[in-house]
Design a protein around this ligand. Structure first.
Ligand code: LIP
Length: 286
């Protein structure tokens, strides 16, 4: 079985290098373009960082394939094959980035035979590097990570996102899911504005669960393996096996908590990331 440690180490080093571009633009005014909705933004820095990452990886691993948020937005076909594939979100938390809300991350996942082999989430402003390799445990700045192990939903802090989807069904489903959880009750519901960093909170034990409907594979692929390697559970919001293309995820500190959240929340319809006619992430289209 291939050992992807060299790729992981290379991914970490280029994420750190690319973060300098993110940080130098962070305090400055940004020109913003809209993608699928008025809340789905892209800046020149998102596009620049993705190009930097892809060209560095392609230079070193010419046979590898890519799924990049901004490349897909520009019309590239999103296809996950058995080949070694890098799944890249150059800035997860673009709305945060535009507003200087200090949670923005470079998220890089790597798949082989369609299975996630490692994940890197670099929360640039916080200087927190989360990473995990299949079978090797999860780490934050070199220190091992463990989920809380919480089993009791009424003692949970649950993280979620109010995403970019603003149609009536998405909005009412999103808000009623939060209400149902608050009434269970849970200890609290939080949202940091970046799916990747949100989900890593579960890996640290600082949050007990995370769920999200409508995000894309590049938002959560890296953090999914980080949660699993920290001892957590990742699954679909309907309780089935995790599928990074389904645009639905629950990540939790235990199967009990994950199942309970799956019973309580509902999903609104959105097309799969790998559906050919799905243009949800594409510029100017919804
Ligand atoms: C964003 C996520 C955010 C979610 C948005 C969007 P982007 O990613 O991380 O948490 O609510 O729907 O997907 O666009 O900043 O890379």
């Amino acid at each position: 079985m291939a050992n992807w440690t060299d790729c992981l180490n290379f991914g970490i080093s280029i994420a750190k290098q690319a973060s300098e571009v993110v940080l130098s633009a962070f305090q400055q005014h940004k020109e913003v373009k809209l993608k699928s909705s008025p809340a789905d933004l892209v800046t020149e820095t998102d596009q620049r960082v993705e190009k930097i990452l892809i060209s560095a990886i392609r230079n070193r691993y010419p046979q590898h394939r890519f799924i990049g948020e901004e490349s897909v937005a520009a019309g590239e076909r999103l296809e996950l094959t058995d080949s070694p594939t890098w799944i890249i979100d150059p800035i997860d938390g673009t709305v945060n980035f535009v507003h200087r809300f200090p949670f923005v991350a470079i998220s890089i996942a790597f798949t082989f035979n369609k299975q996630i082999q490692f994940g890197i989430v670099y929360s640039c402003v916080e200087d927190k590097l989360f990473y995990a390799q299949r079978g090797g445990g999860a780490f934050l700045n070199g220190e091992p990570l463990y989920v809380s192990g919480q089993q009791d939903i009424s003692r949970c802090v649950v993280v979620t996102e109010i995403g970019a989807e603003r149609d009536d069904v998405a909005l009412s489903t999103t808000t009623s899911n939060i209400c149902r959880l608050l009434k269970l009750p849970v200890h609290g519901v939080r949202a940091l504005g970046t799916a990747a960093v949100d989900m890593c909170q579960v890996a640290t034990g600082g949050a007990d669960a995370y769920y999200h409907i409508g995000m894309h594979c590049w938002d959560i692929a890296a953090s999914a393996i980080i949660v699993q390697e920290a001892g957590g559970v990742v699954m679909d919001t309907d309780g089935s096996e995790f599928d990074m293309m389904s645009r639905r995820v629950i990540a939790a500190s235990s199967a009990t908590v994950a199942d309970r959240i799956a019973q309580v929340i509902q999903a609104f319809p959105c097309c799969r990331d790998d559906e050919d006619n799905c243009r949800c992430g594409a510029t100017g289209v919804n």
